[in-house]
Design a protein around this ligand. Structure first.
Ligand SMILES: C[S@@+](CC[C@H](N)C(=O)[O-])C[C@H]1O[C@@H](n2cnc3c(N)ncnc32)[C@H](O)[C@@H]1O
Length: 277
């Protein structure tokens, strides 16, 4: 993990830097540089705090046992050897404490699962320029395109989507809608069952058909959290798609999945990419 004790605490901020929607200017002014250092230091502090939490120890033990290929007790079937990670929807971790702890948790997860930080892509359309710089200094690969969650998976990949819009999950499933590919996807994010419980079944099936089609066969293990971190890690689960379960779905379910359009959704909850005219 790019968790480096040598990082300096930057001086006091001289004024709130205006947050930009899109990191466009590669040259940083002195305020942005100090914002970036401050952001990084806050993250390191959060990592160290989380390390001392009992619930983190529980996450670490559970995830190591389930996801590390050399862990004792892991069967041939669930050996995954994760090499990549994608994180969508972290939010403004410089100003939002929840997002900061979620980022800190991501660093702990990468360290535990032995995924190089550079093999972790992060994207949120609201990241400011200094947040992008802090992420790059931590070693992350910061994406510049809004993929709307439609990332094709070729190797076993961990997706970390904390409190993200349902369409991001649904789009990810659509893009990888074959049993061979879905089994390579591991999600740490909102419980699919929790999502279903909070929606009318009719709307869940109509608007999020990939989520609703896979929910009966996904393997979902809820991840604990302490009362202090309820707002940050509530409703979080480890979600996997074991091949033996996927093979139980009727073959017709895999034929020509049509891209979700969300025509009936009043509140899509995700930011879509700008339409090119
Ligand atoms: C409900 S907020 C959650 C923020 C933070 N993770 C938290 O728990 O406080 C959802 C986040 O998803 C982000 N988001 C929306 N559309 C996105 C997209 N297309 N790709 C990645 N992230 C997106 C939003 O900008 C927002 O930060």
């Amino acid at each position: 993990m790019a968790c480096n004790d040598d990082w300096q605490v930057a001086g006091r901020r001289k004024g709130a830097a205006k947050r930009r929607q899109h990191p466009s200017n590669p040259k940083l002014d002195s305020h942005q540089v100090s914002d970036c250092k401050l952001d990084k230091q806050k993250i390191i502090n959060a990592v160290n705090e989380l390390r001392g939490e009992n619930f983190w120890t529980e996450w670490r033990d559970l995830l190591s046992e389930r996801l590390l290929s050399n862990a004792s007790g892991s069967s041939e079937l669930n050996k995954t050897s994760l090499q990549y990670c994608v994180c969508y929807g972290l939010g403004n971790f410089a100003s939002c404490v929840s997002a900061r702890y979620q980022l800190a948790m991501l660093l702990l997860l990468l360290e535990t699962l032995q995924i190089p930080v550079g093999s972790c892509c992060v994207y949120d359309p609201v990241f400011s320029a200094s947040e992008c710089d802090a992420l790059k200094e931590l070693g992350f690969t910061v994406l510049t395109e809004n993929e709307e969650g439609k990332r094709p998976v070729y190797q076993p990949t961990l997706f970390y989507l904390m409190h993200c819009g349902k369409a991001l999950y649904n789009n990810l499933l659509w893009r990888n809608w074959t049993p061979q590919t879905l089994q390579k996807i591991i999600i740490i994010g909102n419980s699919f069952h929790g999502i279903q419980e909070r929606m009318l079944q009719r709307e869940f099936e109509r608007d999020y058909s990939f989520l609703s089609n896979v929910i009966s066969v996904c393997d979902e293990t809820s991840l604990p959290c302490s009362p202090r971190f309820l707002d940050v890690f509530n409703d979080t689960a480890l979600i996997q798609f074991p091949s033996e379960n996927l093979n139980k779905l009727p073959e017709t379910m895999w034929i020509e999945p049509s891209e979700p359009l969300y025509q009936h959704c009043q509140d899509l909850e995700i930011i879509q990419r700008e339409k090119r005219s």
